[in-house]
Design a protein. Structure first.
Length: 358
């Protein structure tokens, strides 16, 4: 057929007008209709069918609600069951929820969201980096301020101001932290020597939560509600700086990390079901996932971070990589939301933990 023919070339017609398979029964893309007014619950619910990361957010809401609603009574009673042999006792056994977060989120206003969860005992295990521990206590002593991502570092250093993204922490805050924590470290060393107390990182954090005695604190509520807080790198921050200075004044403090790795792993090993919610990456992400390896994987998982997997980092790895290691179960439906947790996580809590709280 010549190029001057009036008929559409078959090759072009077949390429452009390729016949589709039927998608009948599949979910249609549909966003929120503001003609119905401003209804935030309906708006957030509509994200599930909006597409892109909005849909991932909606899937994360569903995954968190699945871990919150699970009860051992959902599972058949095994013939060799001894601990929970009847339906009523099994109804009381819930999914153990691990919440991990990086230090920057405690520096930010996400701290108040995490505090809410600890205050009302909505999660069972907390895992953070050292900054996520100390920044909570420091905020009880002095405020963190909003700044800008673009203030020159030299200027801030000369002014005694420290920048965390677009947040500003006066260096005086860390001096106040030193004044507060040093006498507590004195007591900890004294109790270690005189009473033989073995101090693990989680035990140190619980003691600090007791001593701060402040209702704005995450770890005050964790202490009050007996929620264990694990920090596998407790010395990697200002608290480590204080321990360093203190070792010259009152040497002898020993912190037992072996006790905590056993306790952390056993949190997963002896749980009937586990759910993990991880905000950010790094050590907190791996610490939670690795503990769940010892039970052949978590049953539910939600990651919220901006990491990418092309560089092979654990921080950027998708949940599917954790499945390959046995850290998330093969039959799980994990979700990763590629987004900044500073605005996604409060919305997630609004649609899950807080939505039906009475």
């Amino acid at each position: 057929m010549s190029s001057s023919s009036s008929s559409i070339p078959n090759i072009a017609k077949d390429a452009v007008l390729l016949k589709s398979i039927s998608l009948e029964g599949s979910q249609e893309v549909r966003g929120y209709d503001f003609n119905k007014g401003v209804n935030y619950d309906a708006l957030l619910s509509s994200f599930l069918t909006t597409g892109f990361q909005a849909t991932s957010f909606g899937q994360a809401v569903d995954e968190v609600n699945r871990m919150r609603s699970w009860r051992l009574s959902d599972e058949p009673i095994a013939e060799d069951e001894i601990q929970y042999p009847d339906i009523e006792s099994r109804k009381q056994v819930k999914c153990k929820i691990f919440l991990g977060y990086t230090s920057n989120l405690v520096s930010s206003g996400v701290r108040e969201t995490i505090k809410y969860l600890a205050q009302h005992k909505m999660v069972d295990v907390l895992v953070s980096s050292a900054g996520g521990i100390e920044e909570d206590f420091i905020k009880c002593l002095a405020p963190t301020y909003l700044g800008s991502f673009h203030i020159p570092g030299v200027q801030l250093r000369q002014q005694g101001l420290n920048r965390i993204g677009n947040l500003i922490v006066p260096n005086d805050n860390y001096c106040k932290f030193e004044n507060w924590v040093m006498p507590i470290l004195d007591e900890i060393v004294k109790e270690q020597k005189e009473q033989g107390i073995v101090w693990t990182p989680s035990r140190v954090i619980a003691r600090l939560g007791k001593e701060i005695n402040h209702e704005d604190s995450i770890y005050y509520w964790a202490y009050k509600n007996s929620i264990p807080v694990y920090c596998p790198a407790l010395t990697d921050g200002s608290l480590g700086d204080m321990i360093y200075f203190h070792s010259y004044k009152t040497p002898g403090l020993v912190i037992d990390v072996v006790g905590d790795i056993r306790a952390m792993n056993n949190e997963a090993v002896f749980a009937r079901h586990t759910g993990i919610i991880i905000l950010g990456g790094g050590i907190i992400k791996h610490h939670i996932c690795n503990a769940n390896l010892f039970r052949n994987g978590a049953d539910y998982a939600v990651y919220i971070n901006t990491g990418q997997e092309f560089d092979g980092s654990d921080s950027g790895a998708r949940p599917d990589e954790a499945i390959s290691w046995g850290k998330i179960k093969m039959n799980a439906n994990p979700v990763k939301v590629y987004a900044d947790a500073s605005f996604i996580f409060p919305l997630l809590v609004a649609q899950t933990f807080a939505k039906d709280f009475k």
